[in-house]
Ligand binder design. Structure first.
Ligand SMILES: Nc1ncnc2c1ncn2[C@@H]1O[C@H](COP(=O)(O)OP(=O)(O)O)[C@@H](O)[C@H]1O
Ligand SMILES: [Mg+2]
Length: 273
């Protein structure tokens, strides 16, 4: 008998908890060091089990279940490349990178899955800055032919199950490269080579960057970050109207202030575009 959705969610949750309890594994010399304490200081998702419970983990865990369902669960039947997830927003500075990094961190706790975080906001790359890691060859270097193998721009990190593809050297045609056939080939390779892998693309905004729409054609899911009390609904609607109707589209309401805790909080809505 098929499990119900809530059973699936519960099992995924238990898997995540088990994984959070896992003993840390040894690292290789070239792994990118991620300073988990500094991430915690910034109020980001905590990947270490230190006996404490974090609200941000709970919030992103809820989002994670929806994404996993579309990538590997029942939703995967209707969403081609559901394991490729684009994070974008209508405008700049709404919290795309903040959300993409938190999603990658929470997904890295999932047992039997690996996460690749791709910095695809090539004109304003900020994954490396947010994670305090030095720049290395990445996506643009591969797309413009300076680097020939995909493997050499995918770096292991000291967070188990988390890999990173940095944006690489900025190029005057960076945006155009995102819409190239080579990018299409790369997306197909990432979607199909490892069936247990989930890929998060931290993308440029949708409005005014036509290449973001090209990128959306390569993925199965889009997460749109909306800055609470700032982004006009009409702009969000305009952004969504440019996306293909086959995509699973979710929304993260970012920077919604919870007055009681006086902290940023998240809300998440979900629907088909
Ligand atoms: N929920 C949040 N809590 C605290 N700071 C946030 C939050 N969301 C975004 N920020 C901060 O706001 C700024 C813009 O966010 P960022 O993720 O870089 O936006 P984008 O990638 O959409 O341009 C950054 O300094 C980031 O650290
Ligand atoms: Mg960004």
């Amino acid at each position: 008998m098929r499990q119900s959705n809530s059973d699936d969610a519960e099992k995924l949750h238990l898997d995540a908890v088990k994984s959070e309890e896992a003993i840390s594994q040894p690292y290789a010399k070239d792994d990118i060091f991620i300073d988990e304490n500094s991430l915690q200081d910034k109020g980001m998702v905590c990947v270490r089990d230190n006996g404490r419970r974090y609200r941000i983990n709970d919030e992103f865990r809820a989002i994670k279940h929806k994404l996993l369902n579309n990538a590997f669960g029942p939703g995967a039947e209707v969403h081609t490349n559901g394991n490729l997830i684009m994070v974008s927003s209508a405008n700049p500075n709404e919290g795309k990178t903040f959300s993409a990094v938190n999603l990658a961190l929470i997904l890295s706790l999932e047992k039997n899955k690996s996460v690749l975080l791709v910095d695809a906001d090539v004109l304003k790359p900020s994954v490396s800055k947010t994670l305090d890691i030095e720049s290395r060859a990445g996506l643009i270097d591969y797309l413009n032919g300076d680097v020939s193998s995909v493997d050499s721009i995918i770096y292991n990190t000291t967070v188990p199950n988390l890999r990173i593809m940095p944006s690489g050297e900025s190029h005057h045609l960076s945006y155009e490269l995102l819409a190239s056939d080579k990018m299409l080939g790369l997306a197909q390779e990432l979607a199909n080579r490892y069936t247990d892998r989930i890929v998060i693309f931290d993308c440029p905004p949708i409005l005014g960057v036509i290449e973001t729409i090209s990128l959306s054609k390569l993925v199965g899911q889009v997460v749109i970050v909306v800055e609470h009390n700032k982004t006009k609904m009409s702009l969000v609607q305009r952004a969504v109207s440019q996306l293909d109707s086959r995509l699973a589209i979710g929304f993260i309401v970012n920077k919604s202030v919870n007055t009681k805790l006086s902290q940023y909080g998240y809300g998440y809505g979900y629907g088909y575009g």
